[in-house]
Design a protein around this ligand. Structure first.
Ligand code: BG6
Length: 464
């Protein structure tokens, strides 16, 4: 970490800052000595001491708390940013972190740019932005232009916290550091790819955000498409951020816009009774879609993704299902083989399972599904780092591999935009029961589309 770093958190007294950003600083600050100072900035008016108490309570670091500063801002008034500038003037690195609602981005970026706090091309000035990075393709383009007015791409860090999850980074290790997988990783042997990002919790107290956003904007456009890009991209020349981004861009570019007739929109029963949700809301809390990738590697392979709230349990998984063995004749009878599954468990129970067919021990020759399992936690004695800790440590180091580039964001909006437009004029989403795996229509989508059925480890023989 460079010495003397000011982390300016816009919206520092808000939920994201308390729950994610400040707690992740504790280990970073401890690891890197005292060079880190938090400057909280926002519309509210805590006293210096109140803000220091908040930093102490959220980060657990009295050292960070003792140097923290608070600046009250009126986002519409660039002059109110002057105290931030005085604090960061005098050298060192300044990182601007936008932990504020998206409608404030434009004012804050304008003020940061015009005040001279940010210099385009100066690597000691960095900007971190949180999703939602736009509401559709047009607004995402606008945001990219606003960012580019004051910062070069190298100075911009767009957070997709899934990319900072250790198990997501392990997807690259699995694919490209083992010669076993890559030869089968294509249309010749892969029958289908299924990605699930399921959450057990409903929307909780986030109606104000979620009822405008829904499952596609909240999870599919960003986290899920990033996972899919990592799973389907070509091998990067090197593991440097630039090459990984290039490979992901090519993968996203090959994905066709989602077809509304091959997508399912669901809403959990009771959503309309959640506090803050409009009683007529047609917002989807669940989305499933078929994705087509038009390139040599994946042409014709049915790929399905789904994400939702209030589902049976929390599970984010990528399942690669291989084609059946051509034939299996046992005792004069032709039998079905057991399809090989490669299951990458992003969370919980992080790890990888290879589900294969094995002979059931005993005198008869009989096949059973059997799992070979890697438990990721066993590879380390320490707890897996939190995604936000990974994110911030990379921002401090100036690395980009855990951040999507601006073009990737636009490409992913291109994939979901037409679906979102079509859904705007549709009626009510399909209801599904809390604690289920979502609407029946999503099962039909996979069955009719040649994917068989959704697979989730634990429920699938051989993957427990
Ligand atoms: C966020 C979404 O990006 O990711 C939330 O806005 C969602 O709605 C969360 O709950 C899921 O993240 P994780 O790390 O808990 O899987």
């Amino acid at each position: 970490m460079p010495s003397g770093v000011d982390l300016v958190i816009f919206g520092a007294s808000g939920d994201l800052s308390r729950r994610k950003i400040l707690p992740s600083l504790r280990h970073l600050a401890a690891r890197n000595g005292t060079g880190l100072r938090v400057i909280g900035a926002g519309r509210s008016s805590p006293s210096q001491q109140e803000f220091r108490d908040l930093v102490n309570a959220s980060s657990g670091s009295s050292e960070l708390a003792s140097t923290a500063e608070w600046v009250q801002l009126n986002y519409k008034d660039p002059a109110s940013f002057a105290p931030v500038k005085s604090l960061i003037d005098g050298g060192g690195t300044a990182i601007f972190y936008l932990a504020t609602p998206p409608e404030t981005f434009s004012d804050i970026l304008g003020a940061v740019g015009h005040s001279g706090m940010a210099t385009k091309g100066d690597p000691s000035r960095r900007i971190v932005v949180e999703k939602p990075l736009g509401h559709d393709l047009a607004s995402a383009r606008k945001l990219n232009l606003q960012l580019a007015a004051s910062f070069d791409e190298e100075q911009i860090f767009r957070i997709d916290h899934y990319l900072a999850k250790d198990t997501v980074q392990n997807v690259l290790a699995l694919r490209f550091s083992n010669s076993l997988f890559e030869p089968v990783w294509n249309r010749n042997l892969v029958e289908t790819i299924l990605i699930t990002a399921a959450e057990e919790e409903g929307i909780g107290t986030r109606a104000g955000y979620y009822d405008h956003i829904g499952a596609v904007r909240d999870m599919i456009q960003n986290h899920v498409l990033q996972l899919l890009a990592l799973v389907t991209m070509e091998p990067p020349t090197t593991f440097d951020a630039d090459y990984i981004r290039r490979a992901k861009r090519a993968a996203l570019r090959a994905m066709s816009p989602l077809d509304p007739s091959l997508a399912v929109r669901g809403q959990y029963e009771g959503y309309l009774d959640e506090k803050g949700v409009s009683p007529e809301s047609t917002r989807e809390t669940y989305a499933a879609a078929r994705v087509s990738i038009e390139n040599w590697r994946w042409d014709g392979v049915p790929i399905f993704v789904r994400s939702g709230k209030a589902l049976k349990r929390r599970a984010t998984e990528i399942v690669i299902k291989l084609r059946d063995a051509p034939m299996l004749r046992i005792g004069g009878r032709r039998q079905r083989g057991i399809p090989t599954l490669i299951v990458i468990r992003i969370q919980p129970d992080e790890g990888i399972t290879l589900r294969i067919g094995a002979k059931r021990p005993g005198v008869r020759f009989e096949m059973v599904p059997a799992g070979m399992r890697l438990d990721y936690a066993r590879l380390t004695r320490t707890a897996l780092p939190d995604a936000y800790e990974n994110v911030l440590s990379e921002v401090l180091a100036g690395g980009h591999s855990a951040f999507p580039g601006g073009e990737e964001i636009e490409l992913s909006w291109e994939i979901v935009d037409s679906l979102l437009k079509a859904w705007e004029s549709e009626g009510h989403p399909e209801p599904y029961q809390v604690g289920s795996w979502g609407p029946q229509a999503a099962d039909d989508l996979v069955a009719k589309g040649g994917g068989g059925r959704w697979i989730i480890s634990g429920d699938e023989p051989g993957t427990a």
